[in-house]
Write a protein that binds this ligand. Structure first.
Ligand code: GSH
Length: 208
C-alpha cells in the first residue's frame, strides 16, 4: 500500500490514519511546488491530479477522494477502531467527514490558498480570499456550536472525522495564523499530542 502525499496537504489526514493502523505502508511524495501533480507520472496514478491517492497494488486503480480512502482504511482495519460500528455512529462519522472534505476544505481553504482556481481574473483574487476567510470563520463556528463529543468529534471516541478535522484546523492555525474557537482549539491540541499525528508530521518534515 502506497500513499501519494504532499507535505501538509489534506493527505496528512490519511497519513495519520495509516499511522493509527500501524501496518507497513510506503509514502510517495508528489512535489506540488514543481506541479508534479500534473506530470505524466502522477496523472497515470491519479488522473484527477490531486492528493491523497492510495495505491492498492493489484486491486485496480489507486483509490482517490479523502473520504473514500478513509472509509476503506477503516473498514479493512476494524481493529484500529477508526469508524463507529453502529449504523448511526457510522453515518455521523461520514456526515462530519463529508462536511470537512466537501465544504470546509474547498470553500474555506482551496479558495483562500488558490484563488486562481476560482477566477482567472487577478483582480478578483482578494475578494475570493476574503470570502474564503469569512467562510472559515462561519464553518468553524458551526462546528463549535454543534460539537457533541468530548475530546474527539464523536461522543464514541476517535474516528476518521478527527483526522479530517485536523488538516483544516492545522491550515487555519499554522498556515493562516488564525485562532480556533475553544472546543476546536482543544481538539487541535489533543490531536497534536497524538503519537500518530506527531509521526505523520515529522515524516512530512512539518514537526511543530
Ligand atoms: N476531493 C479531493 C480533493 C483533494 C485536494 O484538493 N487535494 C489538494 C491538496 S490538499 C491537491 O491535490 N491539490 C492539487 C491541485 O489542485 O493542483 C479529496 O477529498 O481527496
Amino acid at each position: 500500500m502506497k500513499l501519494y502525499y504532499a507535505p501538509g496537504a489534506c493527505s496528512v489526514g490519511i497519513h495519520i490514519l495509516l499511522e493509527e493502523i500501524g501496518k507497513p505502508y510506503e509514502l510517495s511524495l508528489v512535489d506540488m511546488k514543481s506541479n508534479a501533480q500534473h506530470g505524466p507520472d502522477y496523472v497515470a496514478v491519479n488522473p484527477k491530479s490531486k492528493v491523497p491517492a492510495l495505491d492498492l497494488g493489484d486491486e485496480g486503480p489507486a483509490l482517490t477522494e479523502w473520504a473514500a480512502i478513509a472509509a476503506y482504511l477503516a473498514a479493512t482495519n476494524p481493529e484500529a477502531g477508526l469508524m463507529p460500528k453502529d449504523p448511526l455512529g457510522m453515518a455521523r462519522a461520514v456526515e462530519a467527514t463529508d462536511y470537512i472534505t466537501g465544504t470546509v476544505h474547498p470553500h474555506a481553504f482551496t479558495r483562500q490558498f488558490r484563488p486562481n482556481m476560482y477566477s482567472g481574473r487577478e483582480e478578483d483574487h482578494p475578494k475570493a480570499v476574503e470570502t474564503a476567510r469569512a467562510n472559515a470563520a462561519k464553518y468553524f463556528d458551526l462546528l463549535e456550536k454543534n460539537w457533541r463529543g468530548e475530546t474527539w468529534v464523536l461522543p464514541g471516541g476517535f474516528s476518521i472525522a478527527d483526522a479530517a478535522l485536523f488538516f483544516v484546523e492545522y491550515w487555519h492555525v499554522k498556515r493562516v495564523g488564525q485562532t480556533l474557537p475553544p472546543k476546536l482549539d482543544a481538539h487541535f491540541k489533543a490531536m497534536m499530542e497524538r503519537p500518530s499525528v506527531k509521526r505523520a508530521l515529522e515524516q512530512e518534515g512539518m514537526a511543530a
